[in-house]
Design a protein around this ligand. Structure first.
Ligand SMILES: [Zn+2]
Length: 225
């Protein structure tokens, strides 16, 4: 249990740093020519509202994850010897199934009235930067984290190293797709395609590009731009 809590804390802290770096890059003159939009406009929201929302959306997933571990559901996360191949397979399986669930949840959020109201909060960010990844309704936040944990519980057991990598990709991808910048160098350049795809969802056509971790499900269901 202690290992898991350390992993959850480390992943959230490292991705906090990633978010801070990407937010800085979005406004930095050296990356100005690489921004998807020339002017670094995001949205006019009272800074206190933004801070309150970000704090709440930080506390919610941490509380849900800690409750998941403390209530004993984390028995689906196991320790012991494991190969890298097993880790990669488990991470790919959980994230692919999660992304399928998220794809449909997000797609319904653009067609079902009651869900549209909730999801509209996030779409106030027409030209998002990394910190807008936190600007979502807290119901949507609870739904996303719960979807990941239900997927994990149904597909488990998985190794604790697989959980660490899976959880890092899950949190980092949500930040990276909102970067608003096509980075010229690796490793961030690796995520330019996904960031561009999600920018298209915010700026160009909200009825396309519903998945967040890969383009796979949008291609399968014919909704990629
Ligand atoms: Zn959307």
């Amino acid at each position: 249990m202690t290992t898991l809590l350390v992993i959850i804390t480390a992943v959230l802290m490292s991705n906090g740093l990633l978010l801070a770096y990407l937010h800085w890059a979005f406004h930095a003159p050296r990356f100005a020519q690489h921004r998807f939009r020339a002017q670094p406009v995001t949205m006019r929201i009272d800074e206190r509202d933004r801070l309150r929302n970000a704090l709440l959306n930080g506390i919610i997933p941490v509380s849900i994850f800690y409750a998941y571990v403390i209530l004993g559901f984390s028995r689906v996360i196991v320790e012991g010897p494991v190969s890298w191949l097993t880790i990669l397979w488990q991470v790919a399986l959980v994230l692919t199934v999660y992304d399928l669930g998220y794809y449909w949840m997000h797609r319904y959020a653009h067609t079902q009235k009651w869900m549209m109201k909730i999801h509209a909060v996030h779409h106030k960010a027409r030209y998002p930067s990394a910190r807008d990844s936190l600007w979502i309704h807290h119901y949507e936040n609870v739904a996303g984290v719960s979807l990941l944990l239900v997927t994990l519980t149904l597909l488990g057991p998985i190794h604790v190293y697989s959980f660490a990598l899976m959880f890092w990709i899950y949190t980092a991808s949500n930040i990276l797709i909102h970067s608003g910048v096509a980075f010229p160098r690796y490793p961030l350049k690796l995520f330019n395609g996904l960031a561009e795809q999600h920018y298209g969802h915010h700026m160009v056509n909200m009825n396309r590009n519903f998945a967040t971790i890969t383009k796979f499900w949008d291609r399968v269901f014919g909704t990629d731009l």
